[in-house]
Design a protein around this ligand. Sequence first.
Ligand code: ATP
Ligand code: MG
Length: 476
Amino acid sequence: MAATYPDAINDPIFELIAEASASLELESYVIGGYVRDYFLERDTAKDIDIVTIGSGIALAKKVSALLPAKPKVSVFKTYGTAMLKTGDLELEFVGARRESYSKDSRNPAVEDGSLTDDQNRRDFTINALALSLNKKNYGDLLDPFGGMKDLKNRIIRTPLDPDTTYSDDPLRMLRAIRFSTQLGFHIEEESLQAITRNASRIEIISKERIVDEINKILMAEKPSHGFALLHKTGLLPFIFPELVALQGIEEKEGQRHKDNFWHTLEVVDNIAKATDNLWLRWAALLHDIGKAPTKRFDEEIGWTFHAHEFVGSKMVYKLFKRLKMPLNEHMKFVQKMVLMSSRPIVLATDVTDSAVRRLIFDAGDHVDELMTLCEADITTKNPNKQRKYKSNFKLVRKKIEEVEERDHIRNFQPPVSGEEIMDTFGIKPSREIGIIKDAIKEAILEGEIPNEYEAARSFMLKKGKEIGLSVSASED
Ligand code: ATP
Ligand code: MG
C-alpha cells in the first residue's frame, strides 16, 4: 500500500484544486519543491507546482473560477503552463509531459505524457515526489525513484542517467549544487562525476539563469559549500574565471602569500553569519579579485598586491556586465565596498579622529556595511591575532559612532553654499568657489574647524583673503 500523507495537503487551497480537477475529470498531483520542503520540515515554498494528466491551462482556469477573487491566470502557451496567485501563494499548473532534448538547447520538444513520464523529466529524485489530489487516493505519495530514501539520507540524485540529465539541461548542474548548498545535501558520486564531465555544457545556459542560482548559493547559510563544488566540478572557470585566478600559493625566497581563493570563501561564510544583504555577500565574494592581476614579488617587502582594491572595483563592472547583471546602484555598492575594503584595516592600527572622519565621509551611508565586510575579512588562524583584530575593529566602530555623533559627517553637506561664497565675494561661478569649498571640507575632515556654519563662514572669509578675494560692498 502506498504511504499516504493527507496532512501535507490539508490546506483548503488543495481541496479546491482537487475539486476543480475532479469536475474536469482530470487526475492531478502536487509535485516538486512543495512536497520536498514539507517532508524536510522546511518553511514550505510559497510556489506550489501542480501537475495534471491533461491540460494544466484548463485546470488553472477552473481553479480561478472557483476562487472568490477570480485571480488572473497567466498562460505560457509555449510551455503549456499556467500560473495564478492567491493570497501569498503562487500556483503553477502544468500538463504531464514527456520531453526530448536536442544538443544545443535546454528547451525540449514536449508531448503529452503520463505522471511517470512527468516524474522522469524532473531533475532530482527529491524533486519528483508527488502527492495525489484525487478522490480515490487523496494524499498518497507517488515516489517511483526512492526520493523519500534520498531525503532521509540527504542525497541529491537524478531519476535517470545523470549524464543524460545534465547534458539535456545543464542548468541542472547548478541546481544540484544549489540544492546541496541550501539543504546541506550530498551530491551522489555518479552525479558529481557527470557534472564534471558535462561542465562546459553550462555555456548554453543564459547568464540570468546562472546568476539566479549563484544568488541562491550566496544566500545559503554556508555559501562556501557551493563555491567549493563549483570549483571541484570545473564549473567555476565558466562563471568566475576571476576567482579561479585567485587560487594557489606561490613561494619565493621563502616567502608565501595566502591562497586567496580559499580565503575568499571563508570571508563569504563569515559575512553570511553577519548579514542577509545579498550585495554585501557579493562584495565579500569579489573583494579580493584584484589580487590576481596585481600580484608582484618585491625583493624588499615580499608579495604585494598594490592597488588591488582599485583594480578589483573596475573588475566588478566587467564581471557584472559579462553576467548580464544590472549595472545599477547594487553594482556601484559592490564596487564601493571592494574599493574601500582595506581602509578600516589601516585604521585599526592607528585610530585618529581625522582618519575616522575621512572614512565616514568616503563610505557615506555604507560605513556599517564596510565594517561588516572588514570584520568578515579576518580569517587568521592565530587566536591571538584574531582577538586583537576583532577588538581593534570594535574600537573603530565605537570611534565611528563618537565622531559621527559629534561631527555629523555621514551625509556631509557643505555648511557654506557656493551661492553664499559668490555673494560674499561678489564673484560669478568660477574656479575659486571650488577651491574655497574644498578647503572648508578639508578643514572639517582634518578637525581644524567643527562642521558648523559660523566656523565655516569665518574660515571661508580667511581662505578668500588668502587667494586674493575681497568681501563685496553689498555684504558689508
Ligand atoms: P525552489 O522553489 O526552492 O527553488 P523547487 O524544487 O520548487 O525549489 P522550482 O524551480 O520551483 O524548484 O521548480 C519546481 C519543480 O520543477 C522542481 O521541484 C522540479 O521537479 C522541476 N524542475 C525545475 N527546474 C527543473 C529543471 N531544470 N529540470 C528538471 N526539472 C526541473
Ligand atoms: Mg519552487
